[in-house]
Design a protein around this ligand. Sequence first.
Ligand SMILES: Cc1cc2nc3c(=O)[nH]c(=O)nc-3n(C[C@H](O)[C@H](O)[C@H](O)COP(=O)(O)OP(=O)(O)OC[C@H]3O[C@@H](n4cnc5c(N)ncnc54)[C@H](O)[C@@H]3O)c2cc1C
Length: 284
Amino acid sequence: MRRFEYYKPLSLEEAWELKAKIPDSLFIAGGTDVLVSIKNNERQPQALISLRSIPGLVGVETSDATQIGALTTISDIIQHQELGRRYPVLVEAAQSLGSMQIRNLATIGGNLCNASPCADMALPLLVLEATVRLQSPKENREVPISEFFKGPAETCLSPHEILTGILLEPPQKNTKTCFVKKGRVKMDLAVASVAVLLEMEGKRCRKARIAAGSVAPIPLRLSQVEALFEGAAISRRAVARAQRLAEDNIIPITDIRSTEEYRRQIIGVLVKRALEKALDWSQP
Ligand SMILES: Cc1cc2nc3c(=O)[nH]c(=O)nc-3n(C[C@H](O)[C@H](O)[C@H](O)COP(=O)(O)OP(=O)(O)OC[C@H]3O[C@@H](n4cnc5c(N)ncnc54)[C@H](O)[C@@H]3O)c2cc1C
């Protein structure tokens, strides 16, 4: 492993100064992606700038809306009872991420900024229509999460920008959600994954949000599948149609985890399973 310098700034300003002084540097949060990529020689930065000692980037605030600091660990998200009550789909996804040791280090911001198509935290945040807060010396901006991912390992972040927080609207009444993930083994990155959010009004679906992971260059909203349900009663026939439509509206690849064909097939199954679980339908 190539040697690198390590800095622990105590403020955002200090972090930006370091970044300007050492352009060939990387921000590091929990390090569970960065250090693996350095060890595998995929990246060789001159320096790592840790964000962990900067105050205000850790923790969850739930008043009307919810704010999650970017440096909040996955374990802290799982343990936050109010977060689980408001957004169970976020906690379900967090519980499926890595091992306990990884969850104790890995941060929600790191998961998003790493921009893997299989990032587990991306899917619940897509269906919850989260907003991300990005800060740089020049500006502070809030971006809908649907505009954050640009490609594998690519986001809309400029080199100096730091993701500081994630904002969520208060949950709506009668909202049903579910997250499902298929890995090769129990603790694994997703071969494919799905998050579903359905806002119901009696038997009618007022709003449907469905997102899929590992089946396109970015974590993907399945808008055509969502359109099947909005303003309609959800029938078993519609769910079967959603299964087929999901298979046709992804851009999977073959890699070490799976083949393109399997991903196409499994995504339909996961969409069906997630919808049925969200609606609490017992098996026929
Ligand atoms: C054994 C193992 C199992 C794993 N299992 C899973 C899994 O099941 N599901 C899954 O989704 N992931 C998994 N991962 C990947 C990883 O743990 C997660 O993506 C994790 O959330 C990354 O967070 P981190 O804080 O460690 O990020 P880091 O490694 O510190 O950073 C990741 C990237 O984001 C940038 N970055 C981090 N924070 C910020 C910020 N606030 N602002 C700007 N840039 C930032 C860094 O520069 C880097 O490019 C696994 C990793 C390992 C090693």
